[in-house]
Design a protein around this ligand. Sequence first.
Ligand SMILES: [Zn+2]
Length: 338
Amino acid sequence: MTKKLGRTAVAILVAVSLLSFACTARRLEPGDGPDARAVLEAFTTRGLSDHLEALQRIADNNDGNRATGTSGYEASARYVEEQLRAAGYTPVRQTFTFEENRRNRDQVESFNILAETGGSAANTVVVGGHLDSVRRGPGINDNASGVAAVLETALWFKEAGITPANRVVFAFWGAEEDGLYGSQHYVDQLSNAEKDGTLANLNVDMAASPNGIRSFHDGDGSDFGDGGPEGSKEIEDVFFRFFEANSLPAETTPFEAGDSDYDAFLQAGIPAGGLFSGDEEKKSDAQAQSYGGTAGQDLDPCYHRACDTIGNTDTELLQEMTGALAYATVSLAMATRG
Ligand SMILES: [Zn+2]
């Protein structure tokens, strides 16, 4: 099977997933999601671009970047905190230190921002994206787009009056670009009971790639061989349902060790999944047919470069990916353990 979800592949995948549903005990049983089309519709009119513009302005006013340990990171954090507070959350900073230069053992301090909903902490859903940029540029696709998706999902939860059965922790990770330190710290400081009480991690790292694709992680490894812990397949299925219900072509993408903030969760045995619109890979002919854009060119030609500005984003793609995140977040916030 090709990794792209054409219509035939969709039918096969649905059949396969129903089959494996019948055969395996599920550790995670997502609740009935909201109407996937209504969620997509809701996110076509929400303020995602406002967040990208705000984070671009912050980079412009702070030496062109929002990297760990800089004034641009601090300003980015304040922006996110203000938005969360205005919506009724109580964001907290979770500080950590790491060695910037392993030879000199220079300690750098940074922080994550965490904001949680009510709901059962024994079934916590962590929905995150990294807040820091690389030093070389403003990091708008990577990862202001993921920040916008997580933030807007959090704001929508409040405005839509969603009362989650499970606690949702919205997380804005620090020092991802330096080595995934923020998310690693979050997982490391959990007790074993808290790890067991973490139902799932959803990650968004690049959701507006200008020549992008719609992809979500291959939770069971059926497409790429390396799946996540048990339960990751059910997360994959939730994203699949969203795109299918909206007749939006989408495909799976592998988890890559060391690539993004899901890594610490996977290592700890916590089911994970998430969204990715592509970085340095070239768009294939088949992808250009499915998504438009230019075959043979990078999915994000400005990946980790100074030109990763607001001009390097696809707003419509970001709306669709954020709809998918919001849909999956609700489904998991209503999930039970099978
Ligand atoms: Zn990133």
